[in-house]
Design a protein around this ligand. Structure first.
Ligand code: ZN
Length: 267
């Protein structure tokens, strides 16, 4: 049966889904859930659907073209390479946003009969898997995205990002922390809510290479060590309300966190 797809704002989309045991998987309820997910995905013309999107906190996803079901999917990035892709979501109608995703991932899972799946995916399939597994962990792509767009809008008309990267405005210091081990190319981005100037930036690890730095789409200097950012960018970078700062960093493998901090004086 085609089910209603929950939309952003529904608390269930922010909850962790449970593993499916073999006994669960064999039950008529879970088999019916899988059928419902397939039908709902087909009817919605989407390319992927996760069980929590139709109100079931089970670690099951369905992807299209060709249609495949993954139960308890576990993803492992293959290599460090990431790319910026434009994503949409059935739970966030009318919007798209740019997200950094691994180019290649290995997926280990079960099929609906409980047989193991172990495959390596690239391109769109890799992106869809990362997006859907995020759903199982209660994360919407809007929490990762920069440059949220309404469909059809051109990038310079992008509305300010509403959520996502952690933002702390107290004391005019903005901090972004990534909680997982990282490596390769990573980015941090945030939106200033008021007009003002950046007086200092600190990035950790300081050995990271700043590959790109953009202020609302305008590219500033790049290709230097993070520890040199204040010299290279200047200590009084003016920003307007709703301006977005985006810094792309090349990080050596196995770093536990990236920290980017900006001291900001509102005008
Ligand atoms: Zn989605």
């Amino acid at each position: 049966m085609i089910q209603k797809i929950l939309e952003q704002g529904d608390p269930m989309l922010h909850m962790l889904s449970d593993e499916v045991t073999l006994a669960d998987l064999a039950s008529p309820e879970v088999q019916q859930l899988i059928l419902d997910m397939k039908h709902t995905l087909r009817a919605s013309k989407g390319i992927g659907l996760a069980a929590p999107q139709i109100g079931h906190l089970r670690r099951i996803i369905v992807v299209n073209d060709p249609q495949m079901v993954f139960v308890n999917p576990v993803l492992t990035p293959v290599g460090d390479e990431q790319e910026c892709v434009v994503e949409g979501c059935l739970s966030v109608p009318g919007m798209t946003g740019e997200v950094m995703r691994y180019k290649t991932v290995r997926v280990q899972a079960m099929d609906p009969q409980g047989s193991p799946i172990d495959m390596t995916c690239t391109k769109l399939r890799a992106v869809v898997l990362q997006h859907e597994v995020d759903h199982l962990n209660g994360t919407l792509y809007t929490e990762r995205a920069t440059n949220m767009l309404t469909k059809g809008a051109s990038p310079h008309e992008a509305p300010p990002k509403q959520d996502g990267t952690k933002k702390r405005v107290g004391g005019k210091t903005f901090v972004i922390d990534s909680e997982r081990a990282v490596g390769g190319n990573q980015f941090v981005a945030w939106t200033f809510l008021e007009k003002g100037k950046i007086v200092e930036m600190r990035i950790s690890p300081p050995s990271a290479i700043v590959r790109g730095i953009w202020l609302s789409g305008m590219r500033l200097r790049s290709g230097f060590k993070a520890s040199d950012i204040n010299e290279k960018i200047g200590r009084a970078l003016h920003v307007g309300a709703n301006d977005q700062l985006r810094i792309e960093l090349q990080i050596s493998k196995g770093k536990k966190r990236i920290m980017a901090e900006v001291d900001f004086d509102a005008e």
